[in-house]
Design a protein around this ligand. Structure first.
Ligand code: SIN
Length: 625
Protein backbone atom coordinates (compact mmCIF):
# COMPACT_ATOMS: atom_id res chain seq x y z
CA UNK A 1 0.00 0.00 0.00
CA UNK A 2 1.42 3.38 -0.92
CA UNK A 3 2.09 5.56 2.11
CA UNK A 4 2.84 9.23 2.10
CA UNK A 5 6.22 9.80 3.63
CA UNK A 6 7.87 12.84 5.04
CA UNK A 7 11.67 12.89 4.87
CA UNK A 8 11.68 11.32 1.42
CA UNK A 9 10.18 14.22 -0.39
CA UNK A 10 6.57 13.18 -0.12
CA UNK A 11 3.75 15.06 1.51
CA UNK A 12 4.18 16.58 4.94
CA UNK A 13 1.03 17.79 6.64
CA UNK A 14 0.82 21.40 7.73
CA UNK A 15 -1.64 23.22 9.93
CA UNK A 16 -2.33 26.56 8.35
CA UNK A 17 -4.94 29.07 7.34
CA UNK A 18 -6.15 28.85 3.78
CA UNK A 19 -8.33 31.37 2.01
CA UNK A 20 -11.46 30.54 0.07
CA UNK A 21 -10.72 31.33 -3.57
CA UNK A 22 -14.17 30.33 -4.76
CA UNK A 23 -17.23 28.58 -3.40
CA UNK A 24 -19.80 27.47 -5.95
CA UNK A 25 -22.81 25.20 -5.99
CA UNK A 26 -21.92 22.02 -7.89
CA UNK A 27 -24.21 21.75 -10.90
CA UNK A 28 -25.89 18.41 -11.43
CA UNK A 29 -26.05 17.43 -7.75
CA UNK A 30 -29.61 16.74 -6.64
CA UNK A 31 -31.09 18.45 -4.72
CA UNK A 32 -29.43 21.56 -6.08
CA UNK A 33 -27.33 23.22 -3.41
CA UNK A 34 -26.50 19.97 -1.64
CA UNK A 35 -22.90 19.83 -2.91
CA UNK A 36 -20.40 22.70 -3.06
CA UNK A 37 -17.04 23.11 -4.73
CA UNK A 38 -14.69 24.99 -2.47
CA UNK A 39 -11.32 26.07 -3.78
CA UNK A 40 -8.89 26.85 -1.01
CA UNK A 41 -5.81 28.93 -1.77
CA UNK A 42 -2.71 27.83 0.08
CA UNK A 43 0.95 28.66 -0.02
CA UNK A 44 3.06 25.59 0.68
CA UNK A 45 6.28 23.82 -0.10
CA UNK A 46 6.05 21.37 -2.99
CA UNK A 47 6.28 18.46 -0.56
CA UNK A 48 3.26 19.68 1.37
CA UNK A 49 0.94 19.60 -1.61
CA UNK A 50 -1.60 16.79 -1.75
CA UNK A 51 -1.52 13.59 -3.75
CA UNK A 52 -4.82 12.31 -5.14
CA UNK A 53 -6.65 10.19 -2.59
CA UNK A 54 -5.49 12.24 0.38
CA UNK A 55 -7.67 14.42 2.56
CA UNK A 56 -7.55 17.49 4.77
CA UNK A 57 -9.19 18.33 8.06
CA UNK A 58 -11.09 21.50 7.17
CA UNK A 59 -12.76 23.88 9.59
CA UNK A 60 -14.43 27.19 8.84
CA UNK A 61 -12.34 29.59 10.93
CA UNK A 62 -15.38 31.73 11.73
CA UNK A 63 -17.52 28.64 12.44
CA UNK A 64 -18.73 27.31 15.76
CA UNK A 65 -17.64 23.68 15.37
CA UNK A 66 -14.79 22.58 17.56
CA UNK A 67 -13.23 20.17 15.12
CA UNK A 68 -12.32 20.10 11.45
CA UNK A 69 -14.03 17.67 9.08
CA UNK A 70 -12.12 15.19 6.90
CA UNK A 71 -12.62 16.19 3.26
CA UNK A 72 -10.97 14.45 0.32
CA UNK A 73 -9.01 16.35 -2.27
CA UNK A 74 -10.85 16.56 -5.58
CA UNK A 75 -8.38 18.53 -7.66
CA UNK A 76 -5.17 20.50 -7.14
CA UNK A 77 -3.80 23.26 -9.30
CA UNK A 78 -0.38 24.82 -8.82
CA UNK A 79 -0.71 28.51 -9.55
CA UNK A 80 3.01 29.32 -9.52
CA UNK A 81 5.85 30.39 -7.26
CA UNK A 82 4.72 32.39 -4.26
CA UNK A 83 5.60 36.06 -4.59
CA UNK A 84 5.47 36.59 -0.87
CA UNK A 85 7.01 33.38 0.53
CA UNK A 86 10.26 32.32 -1.09
CA UNK A 87 10.61 28.63 -1.97
CA UNK A 88 6.87 28.01 -1.72
CA UNK A 89 4.15 27.52 -4.24
CA UNK A 90 0.74 29.09 -4.48
CA UNK A 91 -1.84 26.39 -5.07
CA UNK A 92 -5.57 26.03 -5.25
CA UNK A 93 -6.95 22.85 -3.71
CA UNK A 94 -10.49 21.99 -4.70
CA UNK A 95 -12.82 20.03 -2.44
CA UNK A 96 -16.34 18.81 -3.17
CA UNK A 97 -18.34 19.07 0.03
CA UNK A 98 -21.69 17.47 0.70
CA UNK A 99 -23.71 19.78 2.97
CA UNK A 100 -24.77 17.31 5.61
CA UNK A 101 -24.03 18.11 9.25
CA UNK A 102 -22.97 21.22 11.16
CA UNK A 103 -19.32 21.17 10.12
CA UNK A 104 -19.93 20.69 6.42
CA UNK A 105 -22.73 23.28 6.48
CA UNK A 106 -20.34 25.84 7.97
CA UNK A 107 -17.83 25.01 5.23
CA UNK A 108 -20.44 25.23 2.48
CA UNK A 109 -21.52 28.65 3.72
CA UNK A 110 -18.02 30.14 3.45
CA UNK A 111 -17.57 33.06 1.11
CA UNK A 112 -14.69 34.11 -1.12
CA UNK A 113 -11.71 35.32 0.97
CA UNK A 114 -13.03 33.69 4.16
CA UNK A 115 -10.43 31.90 6.19
CA UNK A 116 -10.33 28.09 6.55
CA UNK A 117 -8.27 26.15 9.09
CA UNK A 118 -6.55 23.40 7.16
CA UNK A 119 -4.56 20.43 8.39
CA UNK A 120 -3.13 18.21 5.72
CA UNK A 121 -2.54 16.59 3.36
CA UNK A 122 -3.34 13.47 5.38
CA UNK A 123 -3.71 9.75 4.82
CA UNK A 124 -2.30 7.29 2.32
CA UNK A 125 -3.11 7.27 -1.38
CA UNK A 126 -4.51 4.96 -4.04
CA UNK A 127 -1.55 2.87 -5.20
CA UNK A 128 -0.31 3.48 -8.71
CA UNK A 129 -1.57 0.59 -10.89
CA UNK A 130 1.99 0.16 -12.16
CA UNK A 131 3.10 -0.79 -8.66
CA UNK A 132 0.22 -3.14 -7.89
CA UNK A 133 1.37 -6.73 -7.96
CA UNK A 134 -1.33 -9.04 -9.13
CA UNK A 135 -1.60 -12.43 -7.54
CA UNK A 136 -0.57 -15.52 -9.45
CA UNK A 137 -3.29 -17.77 -10.75
CA UNK A 138 -5.15 -19.16 -7.73
CA UNK A 139 -8.18 -20.82 -9.28
CA UNK A 140 -9.07 -22.34 -12.57
CA UNK A 141 -11.24 -19.29 -13.34
CA UNK A 142 -10.28 -18.24 -16.87
CA UNK A 143 -10.39 -14.54 -16.02
CA UNK A 144 -7.89 -15.02 -13.25
CA UNK A 145 -5.46 -16.89 -15.43
CA UNK A 146 -5.50 -14.09 -17.96
CA UNK A 147 -4.64 -11.69 -15.18
CA UNK A 148 -1.67 -13.36 -13.66
CA UNK A 149 1.52 -11.69 -14.70
CA UNK A 150 -0.36 -8.91 -16.52
CA UNK A 151 1.94 -6.11 -17.68
CA UNK A 152 1.42 -2.66 -16.12
CA UNK A 153 0.24 -1.25 -19.40
CA UNK A 154 -2.31 -4.01 -19.84
CA UNK A 155 -3.85 -3.86 -16.39
CA UNK A 156 -7.52 -3.24 -16.72
CA UNK A 157 -8.65 -0.59 -14.28
CA UNK A 158 -12.10 0.04 -12.91
CA UNK A 159 -12.81 3.15 -10.83
CA UNK A 160 -16.04 3.47 -8.86
CA UNK A 161 -17.39 6.52 -7.07
CA UNK A 162 -20.65 6.68 -5.15
CA UNK A 163 -22.21 10.03 -4.19
CA UNK A 164 -19.66 12.40 -2.70
CA UNK A 165 -17.18 9.50 -2.82
CA UNK A 166 -16.80 10.37 -6.47
CA UNK A 167 -14.48 13.26 -5.47
CA UNK A 168 -11.34 11.34 -4.39
CA UNK A 169 -11.59 8.69 -7.12
CA UNK A 170 -12.14 11.37 -9.72
CA UNK A 171 -8.99 13.10 -8.44
CA UNK A 172 -7.19 9.78 -8.74
CA UNK A 173 -8.50 9.18 -12.26
CA UNK A 174 -6.89 12.46 -13.30
CA UNK A 175 -3.47 11.01 -12.47
CA UNK A 176 -3.95 8.10 -14.91
CA UNK A 177 -3.47 8.11 -18.67
CA UNK A 178 -6.74 9.10 -20.33
CA UNK A 179 -8.79 6.19 -21.67
CA UNK A 180 -6.89 3.58 -19.64
CA UNK A 181 -9.73 2.99 -17.19
CA UNK A 182 -13.48 2.63 -16.93
CA UNK A 183 -15.29 4.87 -14.47
CA UNK A 184 -18.59 4.04 -12.74
CA UNK A 185 -20.31 6.98 -11.02
CA UNK A 186 -23.38 6.18 -8.90
CA UNK A 187 -25.83 8.69 -7.48
CA UNK A 188 -29.31 8.75 -6.00
CA UNK A 189 -30.23 11.38 -8.55
CA UNK A 190 -28.34 13.64 -10.96
CA UNK A 191 -24.62 13.51 -11.70
CA UNK A 192 -21.59 15.54 -10.66
CA UNK A 193 -17.86 15.40 -9.99
CA UNK A 194 -16.83 13.71 -13.22
CA UNK A 195 -15.80 16.71 -15.32
CA UNK A 196 -12.09 15.79 -15.13
CA UNK A 197 -12.66 12.09 -15.79
CA UNK A 198 -11.25 10.94 -19.16
CA UNK A 199 -12.41 7.35 -19.04
CA UNK A 200 -12.59 4.77 -21.79
CA UNK A 201 -16.13 4.16 -20.60
CA UNK A 202 -18.01 6.43 -18.19
CA UNK A 203 -21.03 4.61 -16.79
CA UNK A 204 -23.46 6.55 -14.63
CA UNK A 205 -26.20 4.99 -12.52
CA UNK A 206 -28.92 6.82 -10.62
CA UNK A 207 -31.47 5.34 -8.21
CA UNK A 208 -34.23 7.35 -9.84
CA UNK A 209 -33.07 6.90 -13.43
CA UNK A 210 -32.61 10.67 -13.91
CA UNK A 211 -29.19 10.06 -15.54
CA UNK A 212 -27.74 6.91 -17.07
CA UNK A 213 -28.77 3.46 -15.94
CA UNK A 214 -31.65 3.31 -13.45
CA UNK A 215 -30.63 1.58 -10.24
CA UNK A 216 -27.65 1.23 -7.97
CA UNK A 217 -24.16 0.08 -8.91
CA UNK A 218 -25.40 -3.50 -9.09
CA UNK A 219 -27.53 -2.51 -12.09
CA UNK A 220 -24.33 -1.81 -14.05
CA UNK A 221 -21.67 -3.97 -12.50
CA UNK A 222 -21.82 -7.52 -11.24
CA UNK A 223 -19.42 -10.32 -10.43
CA UNK A 224 -19.15 -11.30 -14.08
CA UNK A 225 -18.42 -7.82 -15.37
CA UNK A 226 -15.98 -6.98 -12.58
CA UNK A 227 -13.97 -10.08 -13.46
CA UNK A 228 -12.93 -8.29 -16.67
CA UNK A 229 -10.80 -5.91 -14.60
CA UNK A 230 -7.46 -6.37 -12.86
CA UNK A 231 -7.73 -3.62 -10.25
CA UNK A 232 -10.73 -1.82 -8.77
CA UNK A 233 -10.51 1.52 -6.94
CA UNK A 234 -13.65 2.71 -5.14
CA UNK A 235 -15.00 5.28 -2.71
CA UNK A 236 -18.58 5.80 -1.64
CA UNK A 237 -21.22 4.83 0.89
CA UNK A 238 -20.59 1.71 2.99
CA UNK A 239 -23.30 -0.48 1.40
CA UNK A 240 -21.78 0.25 -2.01
CA UNK A 241 -18.24 -0.49 -0.83
CA UNK A 242 -19.46 -3.68 0.82
CA UNK A 243 -21.02 -4.69 -2.51
CA UNK A 244 -17.79 -3.86 -4.39
CA UNK A 245 -15.86 -5.95 -1.90
CA UNK A 246 -18.19 -8.90 -2.33
CA UNK A 247 -18.13 -8.95 -6.13
CA UNK A 248 -14.35 -8.40 -6.22
CA UNK A 249 -13.85 -11.24 -3.76
CA UNK A 250 -16.11 -13.53 -5.75
CA UNK A 251 -14.24 -12.71 -8.99
CA UNK A 252 -10.78 -12.64 -7.39
CA UNK A 253 -10.16 -9.06 -8.39
CA UNK A 254 -7.81 -6.84 -6.42
CA UNK A 255 -9.62 -3.85 -4.91
CA UNK A 256 -8.65 -0.69 -3.04
CA UNK A 257 -11.45 0.96 -1.13
CA UNK A 258 -11.29 4.46 0.32
CA UNK A 259 -13.10 4.55 3.66
CA UNK A 260 -14.67 7.31 5.73
CA UNK A 261 -14.94 7.57 9.47
CA UNK A 262 -15.57 10.17 12.16
CA UNK A 263 -12.22 11.56 13.24
CA UNK A 264 -10.96 14.29 15.53
CA UNK A 265 -7.30 14.73 14.62
CA UNK A 266 -6.58 13.14 11.23
CA UNK A 267 -3.08 12.47 12.55
CA UNK A 268 -3.53 9.00 14.02
CA UNK A 269 -3.59 10.01 17.68
CA UNK A 270 -7.24 10.36 18.69
CA UNK A 271 -7.87 6.70 17.80
CA UNK A 272 -11.47 7.60 17.11
CA UNK A 273 -11.66 6.59 13.44
CA UNK A 274 -10.88 2.90 13.67
CA UNK A 275 -12.15 0.55 10.99
CA UNK A 276 -12.50 -3.19 11.45
CA UNK A 277 -10.19 -5.29 9.28
CA UNK A 278 -9.04 -8.89 9.23
CA UNK A 279 -5.79 -7.62 10.81
CA UNK A 280 -7.69 -5.94 13.69
CA UNK A 281 -8.78 -2.32 14.09
CA UNK A 282 -7.00 0.12 11.77
CA UNK A 283 -7.03 3.92 11.89
CA UNK A 284 -8.90 5.32 8.90
CA UNK A 285 -6.83 8.51 8.92
CA UNK A 286 -3.35 7.06 9.17
CA UNK A 287 -3.56 3.43 8.03
CA UNK A 288 -6.05 4.51 5.38
CA UNK A 289 -8.26 5.97 4.12
CA UNK A 290 -7.38 3.53 1.31
CA UNK A 291 -7.45 -0.15 2.33
CA UNK A 292 -7.10 -3.36 0.40
CA UNK A 293 -10.69 -4.40 -0.16
CA UNK A 294 -10.41 -7.98 1.00
CA UNK A 295 -8.95 -6.84 4.34
CA UNK A 296 -12.04 -4.86 5.35
CA UNK A 297 -14.86 -6.16 7.52
CA UNK A 298 -18.23 -4.54 6.86
CA UNK A 299 -20.70 -4.65 9.73
CA UNK A 300 -24.46 -5.02 9.47
CA UNK A 301 -26.61 -2.04 10.60
CA UNK A 302 -27.59 -2.26 14.27
CA UNK A 303 -30.97 -3.62 15.41
CA UNK A 304 -31.97 -0.16 16.68
CA UNK A 305 -31.49 1.38 13.22
CA UNK A 306 -33.67 -1.35 11.74
CA UNK A 307 -36.41 -0.72 14.30
CA UNK A 308 -36.67 2.98 13.44
CA UNK A 309 -36.58 2.33 9.70
CA UNK A 310 -39.43 -0.15 10.12
CA UNK A 311 -41.57 2.51 11.79
CA UNK A 312 -41.33 4.65 8.65
CA UNK A 313 -43.68 2.38 6.78
CA UNK A 314 -46.54 3.81 8.80
CA UNK A 315 -47.73 6.54 6.40
CA UNK A 316 -50.20 9.47 6.70
CA UNK A 317 -49.56 10.08 10.36
CA UNK A 318 -51.17 13.01 12.21
CA UNK A 319 -48.90 13.04 15.23
CA UNK A 320 -50.45 13.48 18.66
CA UNK A 321 -47.80 15.13 20.82
CA UNK A 322 -49.81 15.10 24.04
CA UNK A 323 -48.35 13.56 27.18
CA UNK A 324 -49.71 12.93 30.66
CA UNK A 325 -48.30 13.68 34.07
CA UNK A 326 -50.57 11.62 36.30
CA UNK A 327 -53.99 12.84 35.16
CA UNK A 328 -52.86 16.18 33.75
CA UNK A 329 -52.66 16.30 29.95
CA UNK A 330 -50.01 18.53 28.36
CA UNK A 331 -50.76 19.16 24.68
CA UNK A 332 -47.11 18.62 23.86
CA UNK A 333 -44.05 17.57 25.85
CA UNK A 334 -42.24 20.93 25.83
CA UNK A 335 -42.11 22.87 29.11
CA UNK A 336 -40.49 26.20 29.92
CA UNK A 337 -38.12 25.43 32.76
CA UNK A 338 -38.20 27.04 36.18
CA UNK A 339 -35.92 30.04 36.56
CA UNK A 340 -35.61 30.60 32.83
CA UNK A 341 -39.17 31.55 31.96
CA UNK A 342 -40.26 33.84 34.82
CA UNK A 343 -43.99 33.47 35.35
CA UNK A 344 -44.91 32.61 31.79
CA UNK A 345 -46.08 36.00 30.66
CA UNK A 346 -42.74 37.81 30.17
CA UNK A 347 -42.12 36.27 26.73
CA UNK A 348 -45.70 36.52 25.50
CA UNK A 349 -44.97 39.43 23.15
CA UNK A 350 -42.05 37.55 21.60
CA UNK A 351 -43.90 34.31 20.78
CA UNK A 352 -47.17 32.59 21.55
CA UNK A 353 -46.46 31.01 24.93
CA UNK A 354 -49.89 29.31 24.76
CA UNK A 355 -48.36 26.83 22.33
CA UNK A 356 -46.16 25.34 25.05
CA UNK A 357 -47.07 22.12 26.81
CA UNK A 358 -46.30 23.61 30.22
CA UNK A 359 -44.54 26.40 32.07
CA UNK A 360 -42.75 25.99 35.36
CA UNK A 361 -42.63 29.10 37.54
CA UNK A 362 -39.51 30.65 39.04
CA UNK A 363 -38.53 28.75 42.20
CA UNK A 364 -40.93 29.82 44.96
CA UNK A 365 -40.24 30.02 48.65
CA UNK A 366 -42.64 30.76 51.47
CA UNK A 367 -40.97 34.08 52.17
CA UNK A 368 -39.93 36.60 49.49
CA UNK A 369 -36.19 36.41 48.72
CA UNK A 370 -33.95 38.95 47.05
CA UNK A 371 -31.36 36.38 46.03
CA UNK A 372 -27.57 36.32 46.04
CA UNK A 373 -25.14 39.24 46.03
CA UNK A 374 -22.40 39.79 43.47
CA UNK A 375 -22.10 38.48 39.94
CA UNK A 376 -25.01 36.20 39.09
CA UNK A 377 -24.30 35.13 35.51
CA UNK A 378 -21.11 33.94 33.79
CA UNK A 379 -20.99 32.57 30.27
CA UNK A 380 -18.74 29.60 29.53
CA UNK A 381 -18.19 27.70 26.25
CA UNK A 382 -21.65 26.39 25.35
CA UNK A 383 -22.87 26.98 28.86
CA UNK A 384 -24.09 29.48 31.42
CA UNK A 385 -23.33 29.60 35.12
CA UNK A 386 -25.82 31.22 37.47
CA UNK A 387 -26.05 32.15 41.08
CA UNK A 388 -29.47 33.75 41.45
CA UNK A 389 -30.22 32.43 44.89
CA UNK A 390 -33.94 31.85 44.46
CA UNK A 391 -34.96 35.47 44.11
CA UNK A 392 -38.77 35.37 44.12
CA UNK A 393 -41.76 37.29 45.51
CA UNK A 394 -42.81 34.56 47.97
CA UNK A 395 -45.63 32.05 47.66
CA UNK A 396 -48.45 34.26 49.05
CA UNK A 397 -47.58 37.00 46.52
CA UNK A 398 -47.34 34.40 43.74
CA UNK A 399 -50.76 33.04 44.61
CA UNK A 400 -52.33 36.48 44.56
CA UNK A 401 -50.56 38.07 41.58
CA UNK A 402 -48.60 35.78 39.28
CA UNK A 403 -50.57 32.54 39.48
CA UNK A 404 -53.87 33.97 38.19
CA UNK A 405 -52.04 35.30 35.10
CA UNK A 406 -50.27 31.98 34.56
CA UNK A 407 -53.53 30.06 34.84
CA UNK A 408 -55.02 32.17 32.05
CA UNK A 409 -52.45 30.71 29.64
CA UNK A 410 -53.18 27.55 27.67
CA UNK A 411 -49.89 25.97 28.78
CA UNK A 412 -50.17 23.87 31.93
CA UNK A 413 -48.94 25.82 34.96
CA UNK A 414 -46.38 24.18 37.19
CA UNK A 415 -45.47 25.79 40.53
CA UNK A 416 -41.82 25.22 41.41
CA UNK A 417 -41.76 24.80 45.19
CA UNK A 418 -38.50 25.63 46.95
CA UNK A 419 -37.65 26.43 50.53
CA UNK A 420 -34.97 27.09 53.09
CA UNK A 421 -36.05 24.29 55.44
CA UNK A 422 -38.36 21.31 55.24
CA UNK A 423 -40.87 23.22 57.38
CA UNK A 424 -41.04 26.12 54.92
CA UNK A 425 -41.42 23.68 52.03
CA UNK A 426 -44.36 22.08 53.84
CA UNK A 427 -46.00 25.44 54.59
CA UNK A 428 -45.53 26.52 50.98
CA UNK A 429 -47.03 23.26 49.71
CA UNK A 430 -50.07 23.71 51.94
CA UNK A 431 -50.69 27.16 50.45
CA UNK A 432 -50.25 25.92 46.86
CA UNK A 433 -52.55 22.99 47.57
CA UNK A 434 -55.43 25.39 48.09
CA UNK A 435 -54.98 26.93 44.63
CA UNK A 436 -55.91 25.75 41.14
CA UNK A 437 -52.30 25.13 40.18
CA UNK A 438 -52.39 21.77 38.35
CA UNK A 439 -48.88 20.50 39.17
CA UNK A 440 -46.33 21.13 41.92
CA UNK A 441 -42.66 20.70 41.10
CA UNK A 442 -40.74 20.01 44.31
CA UNK A 443 -37.32 21.63 43.91
CA UNK A 444 -34.83 19.83 46.12
CA UNK A 445 -31.98 20.70 43.81
CA UNK A 446 -31.17 24.44 43.78
CA UNK A 447 -27.36 24.65 43.96
CA UNK A 448 -27.24 28.30 45.04
CA UNK A 449 -28.70 28.46 48.52
CA UNK A 450 -27.09 27.84 51.91
CA UNK A 451 -30.10 25.99 53.33
CA UNK A 452 -32.74 23.81 51.69
CA UNK A 453 -32.37 23.38 47.92
CA UNK A 454 -29.91 20.74 46.73
CA UNK A 455 -29.02 19.82 50.31
CA UNK A 456 -32.36 18.01 50.54
CA UNK A 457 -31.78 16.03 47.36
CA UNK A 458 -28.31 14.62 47.91
CA UNK A 459 -29.28 11.30 49.48
CA UNK A 460 -32.06 8.75 49.02
CA UNK A 461 -33.15 9.18 52.65
CA UNK A 462 -33.39 12.98 52.56
CA UNK A 463 -35.04 13.15 49.15
CA UNK A 464 -37.48 10.39 50.13
CA UNK A 465 -38.48 12.08 53.39
CA UNK A 466 -38.84 15.51 51.75
CA UNK A 467 -41.14 13.99 49.11
CA UNK A 468 -43.10 12.10 51.74
CA UNK A 469 -43.58 15.26 53.80
CA UNK A 470 -44.96 17.21 50.83
CA UNK A 471 -47.06 14.26 49.66
CA UNK A 472 -48.77 14.30 53.06
CA UNK A 473 -50.01 17.86 52.63
CA UNK A 474 -51.12 17.82 49.00
CA UNK A 475 -53.01 15.49 46.70
CA UNK A 476 -51.91 17.46 43.64
CA UNK A 477 -49.72 15.84 41.01
CA UNK A 478 -46.23 16.14 42.47
CA UNK A 479 -43.08 16.01 40.39
CA UNK A 480 -39.66 16.15 42.04
CA UNK A 481 -36.74 18.03 40.51
CA UNK A 482 -33.46 16.31 41.32
CA UNK A 483 -29.89 17.47 41.55
CA UNK A 484 -27.24 15.82 39.37
CA UNK A 485 -24.83 16.24 42.30
CA UNK A 486 -26.24 13.23 44.21
CA UNK A 487 -23.93 10.22 44.07
CA UNK A 488 -26.80 7.85 43.30
CA UNK A 489 -29.30 9.82 41.22
CA UNK A 490 -31.26 6.72 40.18
CA UNK A 491 -31.52 5.66 43.84
CA UNK A 492 -32.74 9.15 44.79
CA UNK A 493 -35.35 9.01 42.01
CA UNK A 494 -36.63 5.61 43.19
CA UNK A 495 -36.86 6.88 46.81
CA UNK A 496 -38.94 9.84 45.65
CA UNK A 497 -41.25 7.54 43.66
CA UNK A 498 -41.58 5.25 46.67
CA UNK A 499 -42.48 8.33 48.75
CA UNK A 500 -45.28 9.30 46.37
CA UNK A 501 -43.76 11.35 43.53
CA UNK A 502 -45.87 11.38 40.34
CA UNK A 503 -42.90 12.26 38.16
CA UNK A 504 -39.17 12.95 38.23
CA UNK A 505 -37.58 16.07 36.75
CA UNK A 506 -33.98 15.46 35.81
CA UNK A 507 -31.87 17.44 36.33
CA UNK A 508 -31.29 20.84 37.88
CA UNK A 509 -28.00 22.58 37.10
CA UNK A 510 -24.61 21.12 37.85
CA UNK A 511 -22.27 22.83 40.29
CA UNK A 512 -19.27 24.64 38.89
CA UNK A 513 -16.66 27.25 39.79
CA UNK A 514 -15.37 30.16 37.71
CA UNK A 515 -12.28 32.23 38.49
CA UNK A 516 -11.78 35.81 37.37
CA UNK A 517 -8.14 35.62 36.30
CA UNK A 518 -7.58 39.39 36.42
CA UNK A 519 -8.75 39.60 40.01
CA UNK A 520 -7.44 36.18 41.00
CA UNK A 521 -10.61 35.30 42.87
CA UNK A 522 -13.79 33.31 42.32
CA UNK A 523 -16.37 35.03 40.14
CA UNK A 524 -19.30 34.22 42.39
CA UNK A 525 -19.70 35.41 45.98
CA UNK A 526 -20.83 31.90 46.91
CA UNK A 527 -17.86 30.44 44.94
CA UNK A 528 -19.90 27.55 43.53
CA UNK A 529 -22.71 28.21 41.07
CA UNK A 530 -25.21 26.33 38.91
CA UNK A 531 -24.01 25.35 35.44
CA UNK A 532 -26.34 24.54 32.54
CA UNK A 533 -26.65 24.86 28.77
CA UNK A 534 -25.67 22.62 25.85
CA UNK A 535 -22.33 21.77 27.48
CA UNK A 536 -24.04 19.58 30.11
CA UNK A 537 -26.40 17.77 27.71
CA UNK A 538 -24.60 14.43 27.38
CA UNK A 539 -24.26 14.14 31.16
CA UNK A 540 -27.92 15.00 31.71
CA UNK A 541 -28.83 12.47 29.02
CA UNK A 542 -26.78 9.82 30.79
CA UNK A 543 -28.63 10.53 34.06
CA UNK A 544 -32.03 10.40 32.33
CA UNK A 545 -31.03 7.14 30.67
CA UNK A 546 -30.00 5.63 34.01
CA UNK A 547 -33.09 6.80 35.86
CA UNK A 548 -35.46 5.65 33.09
CA UNK A 549 -33.73 2.26 33.04
CA UNK A 550 -34.28 1.96 36.79
CA UNK A 551 -37.93 3.06 36.52
CA UNK A 552 -38.60 0.49 33.77
CA UNK A 553 -37.74 -2.25 36.23
CA UNK A 554 -40.56 -1.16 38.57
CA UNK A 555 -44.00 -2.78 38.31
CA UNK A 556 -46.09 -0.99 35.63
CA UNK A 557 -48.35 0.74 38.19
CA UNK A 558 -45.31 2.25 39.95
CA UNK A 559 -43.72 3.67 36.81
CA UNK A 560 -43.87 7.47 36.57
CA UNK A 561 -42.87 9.92 33.83
CA UNK A 562 -39.43 11.49 33.69
CA UNK A 563 -39.25 15.10 32.56
CA UNK A 564 -35.81 15.72 31.13
CA UNK A 565 -33.83 18.92 31.39
CA UNK A 566 -30.19 19.70 30.63
CA UNK A 567 -28.95 21.69 27.65
CA UNK A 568 -31.90 20.94 25.38
CA UNK A 569 -31.70 23.38 22.48
CA UNK A 570 -33.21 21.67 19.43
CA UNK A 571 -35.88 19.14 18.51
CA UNK A 572 -33.13 16.62 17.87
CA UNK A 573 -32.01 17.03 21.50
CA UNK A 574 -35.60 16.49 22.63
CA UNK A 575 -35.85 13.32 20.55
CA UNK A 576 -32.66 11.99 22.14
CA UNK A 577 -34.08 12.48 25.64
CA UNK A 578 -37.41 10.92 24.67
CA UNK A 579 -35.62 7.93 23.15
CA UNK A 580 -33.76 7.67 26.47
CA UNK A 581 -37.14 7.31 28.20
CA UNK A 582 -38.24 10.88 29.01
CA UNK A 583 -41.95 11.67 28.64
CA UNK A 584 -41.44 15.43 28.42
CA UNK A 585 -38.60 17.94 28.21
CA UNK A 586 -37.90 21.26 29.84
CA UNK A 587 -35.95 23.95 28.01
CA UNK A 588 -33.91 26.28 30.19
CA UNK A 589 -30.78 28.23 29.26
CA UNK A 590 -31.44 27.98 25.54
CA UNK A 591 -34.53 30.18 25.78
CA UNK A 592 -32.18 33.06 26.66
CA UNK A 593 -30.18 32.46 23.48
CA UNK A 594 -33.14 31.77 21.22
CA UNK A 595 -36.57 32.64 22.65
CA UNK A 596 -38.21 30.72 19.77
CA UNK A 597 -36.42 27.49 20.54
CA UNK A 598 -39.36 25.81 22.32
CA UNK A 599 -41.68 26.50 19.39
CA UNK A 600 -39.01 25.20 17.01
CA UNK A 601 -38.73 22.06 19.16
CA UNK A 602 -42.50 21.46 19.06
CA UNK A 603 -42.60 21.96 15.26
CA UNK A 604 -39.51 19.82 14.76
CA UNK A 605 -40.93 17.01 16.89
CA UNK A 606 -44.12 17.04 14.86
CA UNK A 607 -42.22 16.83 11.57
CA UNK A 608 -39.94 14.10 12.89
CA UNK A 609 -42.92 12.02 14.02
CA UNK A 610 -44.61 12.45 10.64
CA UNK A 611 -41.44 11.44 8.82
CA UNK A 612 -40.91 8.40 11.01
CA UNK A 613 -44.54 7.40 11.14
CA UNK A 614 -44.88 7.81 14.92
CA UNK A 615 -48.44 8.49 16.07
CA UNK A 616 -47.61 9.36 19.65
CA UNK A 617 -44.61 10.15 21.83
CA UNK A 618 -45.05 6.67 23.36
CA UNK A 619 -44.26 5.16 19.93
CA UNK A 620 -40.60 6.05 20.33
CA UNK A 621 -40.22 6.91 24.00
CA UNK A 622 -37.51 4.75 25.53
CA UNK A 623 -36.70 2.98 22.24
CA UNK A 624 -32.99 3.43 22.95
CA UNK A 625 -33.14 1.80 26.40
C1 SIN B 1 -31.43 29.99 41.58
O1 SIN B 1 -32.40 30.71 41.79
O2 SIN B 1 -30.32 30.21 42.06
C2 SIN B 1 -31.58 28.80 40.69
C3 SIN B 1 -32.77 28.02 41.00
C4 SIN B 1 -32.60 26.56 40.87
O3 SIN B 1 -31.59 26.11 40.33
O4 SIN B 1 -33.45 25.82 41.32
Amino acid sequence: MAETKDCHGNTIPVYAKGTVGANTIVKGAVPEGSVFSIKVNVTAKQKSLPVAGQFYMLRATKGKCLLGRPISVYHTEILGESKTEKGRLDASIEFLILKKGKGTTELCELEKNDSVDILGPLGNIFPDPKNVKLEKKITSNKNISSKSGAKNSTKKICIIGGGIGVAPVSGFAETLEPKTYDFYACFKSGKYGVKNVKAKKLIVTTDDGSVGIKGMLSAALDEKKISEYDIVYACGPLPMLSYVQSICKAANVKSYLSMESRMACGMGVCLGCTIETVDGYKRCCKDGPVFEGDKLIFLKPSACAEQVVAARKNKNVKPDLSVKIRDVVLKNPVIGSSGTFGFGTEYKDVFDVNKLGGISSKGLTLEPRQGNSGIRLWETPSGLMNSIGLQNPGIPHFIEHELPEMLKLKAVTIANLSGSSLETYIEGAKLLDKTDVPIIELNISCPNVSAGGAALGMSCEMAGSATKAIRKVTEKPLIVKLTPQASDVAGVALSCIEAGADGIVLCNSFQGVAIDIEKGRPVFDKVKAGFGGPAVRPIALRLVYEVCTAIRKLPKDKQVPVIAIGGIATWQDAVEFIMAGATAVQVGTNTFANPNSMIEIIDGLKEFMKRKGFNTIEDFRGCAL
